[in-house]
Design a binder for this molecule. Sequence first.
Ligand SMILES: [Zn+2]
Length: 118
Amino acid sequence: MDTNYFKTKLEEEKAKLEKELSLIAHRDPQNPDDWKTDPERLNVMVSDKNELSDVFEETTNKEALEQELEDSLNKIKDALQRIEDGTYGVCKEGCKIEEARLRANPSAETCIKHAESV
Ligand SMILES: [Zn+2]
């Protein structure tokens, strides 16, 4: 299997996610792998500052979005680590992940058969 192809795809995706994350969050200085949403940037995104409930809603959405982006980023980092370790493309259950599946989702951790049970 051509892991270089997947490595490039994963690196591209990682850069994209980090860019998106940097718009709404910043890295935790104590733990650079963790991202925190930026409360001080919230006002920039909220058009009517008098609507406090909207601000809360915005915060919730932003945190949910940040979490989603961070989860995807972590999966990509794990996949890149598996490339380094030489275990990329191996399903959690020990079988081989279909190449078509990896092309659709380079950070997949399981084959199609085992995807349901995880
Ligand atoms: Zn499997």
